[in-house]
Design a protein around this ligand. Structure first.
Ligand code: MTE
Ligand code: MO
Length: 378
């Protein structure tokens, strides 16, 4: 039974599926700290979790064109200079359930918490590839193959561009630590690749093989999944191969507190609203706007981020999320209010207003305004 050796999970993780295990934390816990603790960091597994014996671990790196290949033991990886990068990882299907509410989509019913922010440590991939004599170009791709496999022995696999992998400012890391301790099994022990700014699916866990290739990965997850489509594309006319694989993620935000389940206390005519915002591709969040009157007036949220220095806005290397707090005025005596949030990133990308015009059959890139209806407690 391939499922008999799954790791133990924290009770705060709410399962969206058991086999494979997929879960996200309670919304209230998600924004308790700037760095997400590993135990409550969402888990997205497509297959059973491998159980790797560190002394047996090997990472194979192969250049498909020259045929040159090398095998690294765990200690060889640790011998490289260790870099630490704070980066958010977000599933391409995060917030899918909100898009599903507009019209049914296929996929795990993620809420807003298929996302987390952590410090990842390990060597930069570009330094290892440089040692193998690899030079960057705009044509090739880098495949990452996991050690997890399906009953036909097909392994999880995905790819990114060689240009991203080789860019020292792209900060792609072969991480063996998460928040200063060895990776847990669910998050890829002993090594996962962290591709900052890029959709979760390319951040391959239990890394077993890296292949430099003239083509993208031909895996199901690169070719037949994790892609966006027009709202008019449905299962009868979809052509997965005609759409590019998601890499950099779009700007998004979500209201984490209050939730639609509880009531919120009104203090001096205001309610306090909290959430996260993030954008892919190294774009920094520059503003989060929040409204409680359907957009007639907007409050600018206070931002908690890695650096609030305006001069770092445009360097294109802002990988971690922003937590935000806003005070929203409410009309005296009303019983409930609908709160919306929208984030703006350093390229001045803004979230779309609604899900109707960005609906896609797989419920990917679900980044419209976050909207929460809350009961008020006067
Ligand atoms: N890597 C392997 N080997 N197998 C997987 O199933 N899932 C991917 C990615 N890497 C996956 C993987 C997806 S879709 C996401 S969103 C992230 O891992 C989730 O990372 P996490 O479980 O550490 O949060
Ligand atoms: Mo994902």
């Amino acid at each position: 039974d391939p499922w008999s050796n799954e790791p133990k999970r924290h009770p705060a993780l709410q399962p969206r599926s058991e086999r494979p295990f997929n879960a996200e934390p309670d919304t209230s816990l998600l924004i308790d700290s700037f760095l997400t603790p590993a135990e409550i960091f969402y888990v997205r597994n497509h297959l059973p979790v491998p159980d790797v014996e560190i002394s047996d671990y090997e990472l194979e790196i192969e250049d498909e064109v020259t045929g040159k290949n090398l095998t690294f033991k765990f200690e060889d990886i640790k011998n490289y200079e260790k870099h630490s990068i704070t980066a958010t990882i977000m599933c391409g299907g995060n917030r899918r359930s909100e898009m599903h509410n507009v019209k049914a989509v296929k996929g795990l019913s993620w809420g807003i918490a298929a996302v987390g922010n952590a410090v990842w440590s390990g060597p930069k991939l570009c330094e290892i590839l440089k040692d193998l004599g690899i030079e960057s170009d705009d044509k090739r791709h880098v495949h990452f193959e996991g050690l997890d496999e399906d009953p036909t022995s097909t392994k999880y696999s995905a790819s990114i561009t060689l240009a991203k992998a080789m860019d020292p400012r792209g900060d792609v890391i072969l991480a063996y630590e998460m928040n200063g301790v060895p990776l847990s099994r669910d998050h890829g022990y002993p090594i996962r690749v962290v591709v900052p700014g890029v959709v979760g699916a390319r951040n391959v866990k239990w890394l077993g093989r890296i292949i430099i290739s003239t083509k993208e990965s031909d895996s199901h997850w690169q070719q037949m999944d994790y892609k966006g489509f027009s709202p008019s594309t449905d299962w009868h006319n979809v052509d997965f191969l005609a759409s590019p694989a998601i890499q950099n993620m779009p700007v998004t935000s979500a209201i984490c507190s209050p939730t639609s389940k509880g009531t919120v206390k009104v203090v001096d005519g205001y309610v306090t609203v909290k959430g996260y915002a993030w954008s892919g591709g190294g774009n920094k969040i520059v503003r989060v706007d929040v409204t409680g009157d359907g957009g007639k007036s907007w409050q600018t949220a206070e931002l908690e981020q890695e650096s609030n220095d305006l001069s770092t806005v445009s360097i294109g290397r802002h990988w971690s999320w922003t937590l935000w707090t806003a005070k929203v005025p409410v009309v005296k005596g009303i019983s409930d209010v609908e709160i919306w949030s929208k984030a703006v990133d350093s390229s001045y990308n803004v979230q779309p207003e609604s899900f109707e015009n960005t609906w896609n059959l797989r419920g990917m890139l679900s980044n419209a305004y976050s909207r929460v209806k809350v009961k008020l407690n006067w």
